[in-house]
Structure formats: C-alpha cells, structure tokens
Design a binder for this molecule. Structure first.
Ligand SMILES: [Zn+2]
Length: 123
C-alpha cells in the first residue's frame, strides 16, 4: 500500500532534516575543536588520545549522517524523496518522521540488517 506525503508532511520532514543538519554541523565543529593538536601536557596525554579516537569516530558517524541528510534534501528537490532505494515503495510518513534521512523502508532495512548481522551505514 502506498501513501504519498502531503505538502504539510513534506514541509515537516524538511524542517526536521534542516534542524538535524545544523545540529550535526555544530557537533562536527565541536569535535574538530577537540581534535586539535594536543598540548604538550604530559599527564593527560593518554586520556586525550582515547578521547581523540572517540571524537574521530563520532566525526565519521556525523559525516556519514550529514551525507545522508544532504542526499535526502537533494531528493526532496528533485521529487524522489521518501521512496525506498531498494524496492521503490513509498516510505511511510511515520518512519520518515523518526528518521527523515532514511533511504529505505522498514522491510528492506530489516532484511538487510538481518543479512549483515549488524547495523552499519550503507555506502
Ligand atoms: Zn523497500
């Protein structure tokens, strides 16, 4: 069963994406500041390195998320937003509202996650 998004739903998702996008950009900015070269302070060195690895990982996750948001916004512009990249069905609004940058319906994502045995970003 397919259900097209209403203009109001579309606008709501778009503002969700834009909000999430600016949050991510802020987060990444923050992480980049944390990744700045450590000071020559001996004692905190090891701890700082661990923190840097975590920040780097977070930055990678944020960058992947940001790329998906950008793709979603682009899809909104060309009218292909909300369509599952796997089976071509219309992704329900309820799902988009939770994860507006999603590119797959629950069925496809579930099948794919089951197959790979873990949750990871699609290339
Ligand atoms: Zn699908």
């Amino acid at each position: 069963m397919s259900q097209k998004l209403s203009p109001a739903q579309f606008d709501e998702l778009k503002s969700l994406l834009l909000t999430r996008r600016s949050e991510l950009q802020q987060e990444m900015q923050q992480n980049r500041e944390n990744l700045a070269p450590p000071s020559a302070d001996e004692g905190g060195m090891v701890q700082r390195n661990v923190a840097r690895e975590v920040d780097q990982a977070l930055t990678d996750i944020d960058a992947a998320d940001l790329a998906r948001i950008d793709r979603a916004l682009k899809a909104m512009a060309d009218g292909s937003y909300g369509i599952c990249g796997e089976c071509g069905c219309d992704i329900p609004f309820e799902r988009l509202k939770i994860e507006p940058q999603t590119e797959h319906c629950v069925t496809c994502k579930g099948r794919w996650e089951q197959a790979s045995g873990q949750i990871k970003a699609r290339p």
